[in-house]
Design a protein. Structure first.
Length: 183
């Protein structure tokens, strides 16, 4: 569970950095792109988790190719990403989905479902929960960065150093929440 939280925080940090490089200085548009990336990630993880589960159980297992389970998920995620962004841009025109293909595929939240196991039901259940958790983490980190931008920070700490420090504090807070659940 701790590894999953750290992976989600890293994914949020990387995606937030990619969004900030693409859109410097426009907070309302950056916020909408954060929500666009969160929605696209949520749907891509859920759809690719479900489709890869079907591919593993109905294509690879009957052919006795269980060892190729990794190759069932990554191509499905790649093949679903562009049509998903196209459909989302038509269905939700208020959010800017253009230019999100690379951050969506480079997202550790999307790729973390692969490491949960070869096409079992746990992977299917986690694929439904990782997307909203990533969206929440990305939104929280975006709000934190907007608050930090309005504070007086010494020049050596502006930019990436304060982002890394903030990500570390968020990780400690999430680990504290993780310690509340006893197995």
């Amino acid at each position: 569970m701790t590894e999953l939280l750290v992976a989600l925080l890293c994914a949020a940090l990387i995606s937030q950095y990619l969004l900030r490089v693409a859109l410097p200085g426009d907070p309302p548009l950056e916020r909408r792109r954060v929500h666009a990336l969160g929605l696209a990630t949520t749907l891509l993880v859920a759809l690719s988790g479900a489709f890869s589960y079907l591919v593993v159980h109905f294509v690879l297992q009957p052919l006795a190719l269980d060892a190729l389970w990794l190759f069932a998920y990554v191509p499905v995620a790649i093949l679903l990403s562009q049509p998903l962004l196209t459909v989302l841009s038509r269905r939700v025109p208020a959010l800017p989905f253009d230019g999100l293909w690379l951050p969506l595929l480079a997202n550790a939240g999307v790729l973390s479902v692969v490491f949960l196991g070869p096409g079992n039901t746990t992977q299917l259940i986690y694929s439904l929960g990782i997307g909203p958790a990533f969206w929440l983490t990305l939104s929280l980190f975006n709000d934190l960065r907007q608050r930090i931008d309005h504070n007086d920070i010494p020049q050596p700490f502006k930019g990436l150093p304060v982002d890394l420090f903030s990500a570390g504090l968020m990780a400690v807070a999430l680990l504290g929440l993780n310690a509340m659940i006893k197995p």
